[in-house]
Design a protein around this ligand. Structure first.
Ligand code: LLP
Length: 421
């Protein structure tokens, strides 16, 4: 499969037929650019891969919650996996039907649960006995019946970065299926007149490139849910979460064929409604962060390429030592030597790439930090009073502004100076 970002005959890096240099010149840098065509195609590929089990796909908004991206996915039939009241508002504002919204997360507040029930969302994934109590109480005061699934912890450790691994018992996520904890809580759910038991959910982590942990987790989930059904309890839905890894080296779309086959192998004809929460695999390789070289600095033993994007725009390299390819927008010359691509933020940890072989670069040159469509703009901050990058999306040959870069005046306007005596 080919990447959404390709070089044209003249060697210019393009997306959807448009040169990225032109987009950077028009909209400024730093700037997130998404391939709407790629996002749509990858969503369709995912949906097709899970069609044999009639899978319901809820895009995990935490990966990319630009309203334009959510609306594009909603137009393709996607629902939304949300983790906050803010994401609930985003999903609704982008046109996701409430019935297609699933609410995940360990710390939903009373206000958030109330808002979700008022909106009539399809499913709340509860993660603790305390949360089940809260949902029941909040539903009772409203005189409604809350659709609640239980997120279980199947104690499977995927091979991924420790900070994004959620499947082990030692993490804060889910209710353990061992020692009957989850079974007892599910019985309690099913007994509650303010709750409609919606089934079970599992999510073992993110950026998982090997199918084996998924297979172990799904098999454990199927066994557990079948046992509950054996007791006569209603378990309509199994929500398999997200977590499918992407190729950050090649930047190519994820091939969902084998994942789809695995899901069919485990769940075909099982009689459960199967749900999914993919995030990264739909958007990561359909986004790039465009930036420009401010200065080149030859340090003691290495070259620093200082650019106008920084850790406040893309935190992944700093937080997870994540690899993102960095490509010049213009036709590339011969490689000159290794360089660190760093931002202007006053921290040694502020880098986008380290020890990267780069061609000769000069001030003003444009670069694309690749595979930045997931967990990029959503994790941005205004650290160092740097307004986070704007976002645009190229779809059907046109470039749409999704969000312009905020002005520092807007950020200052949010604050109040107390009257100081
Ligand atoms: N469902 C649940 C309950 C989740 O916690 C997550 C991600 C997803 C679905 C979507 O997973 P995905 O398909 O995107 O792997 N900021 C980190 C990733 C954090 C993932 C958190 N949960 C990063 O930049 O790598």
């Amino acid at each position: 499969m080919t990447s959404s970002f390709t070089r044209d005959d003249e060697g210019r890096l393009t997306v959807g037929g448009l040169p990225l240099e032109d987009i950077a010149a028009t909209h400024g840098t730093p700037l997130y650019v998404y391939s709407g065509d790629g996002i749509r195609a990858d969503y369709r590929n995912f949906a097709a891969a899970v069609a044999p089990v009639d899978g319901k796909v809820h895009f995990a908004l935490k990966a990319n919650s630009a309203l334009g991206v959510i609306a594009l996915l909603a137009s393709q039939g996607a629902g939304a996996d949300i983790v906050s009241g803010g994401e609930l508002q985003r999903a609704l504002a982008a046109g996701v039907p409430a019935a297609k919204i699933v609410f995940s997360g360990v710390g939903k507040t009373t206000a958030e649960i109330g808002a979700a029930l008022d909106a009539g969302i399809g499913q709340i994934n509860a993660e603790s006995a305390a949360e089940v109590e809260a949902i029941s109480r909040i539903a009772a005061t409203r005189g409604v019946v809350a659709p609640v699934a239980l997120r279980v912890n199947v104690d499977v450790a995927p091979d991924t970065h420790a900070k994004i691994s959620t499947g082990q018992r030692s993490t804060k996520f889910g209710v353990s299926i061992s020692q009957n904890e989850a079974a007892a809580l599910y019985r309690r759910l099913a007994d509650d007149s303010h709750i409609r038991p919606a089934g079970l959910a599992v999510h073992i982590g993110s950026q998982i490139c090997d199918l084996d942990p998924f297979e172990r987790a799904y098999t454990a989930l199927l066994e557990f849910s079948s046992a509950l059904r054996g007791e006569g309890l209603p378990v309509p839905t199994l929500d398999l979460g997200g977590g499918i890894g992407v190729d950050y080296d090649a930047g190519t779309p994820t091939d969902f064929t084998d994942y789809g086959k695995l899901v069919s192998k485990v769940f075909y004809d099982s009689g459960f409604q199967i749900g999914f929460e993919p995030g990264r695999s739909i958007v990561a390789n359909n986004g790039a962060l465009l930036t420009r070289v401010i200065y080149i600095k030859d340090g003691d033993n290495k070259r620093f390429v200082i650019v106008d994007a920084a850790m406040n725009d893309l935190l992944r390299p700093t937080l997870y030592e994540a690899y993102h390819a960095v490509l010049p927008l213009a036709p590339t010359g011969a490689l000159e030597g290794p360089a660190d691509i760093v931002g202007p933020v006053c921290e040694t940890g502020d880098y986008l790439a380290q020890d990267r072989m780069m061609p000769a670069l000069a001030e003003g040159d444009g670069l694309a930090v690749m595979s930045a469509g997931a967990y990029g703009a959503v994790m941005a901050s205004s650290y160092n009073s740097r307004p986070p990058a704007g976002e645009v999306m190229v779809l059907d040959g046109e470039c749409h502004v999704l969000r312009r870069q905020r002005d520092i005046a807007e950020l200052l306007a949010e604050e109040v100076i107390p009257v100081l005596s």
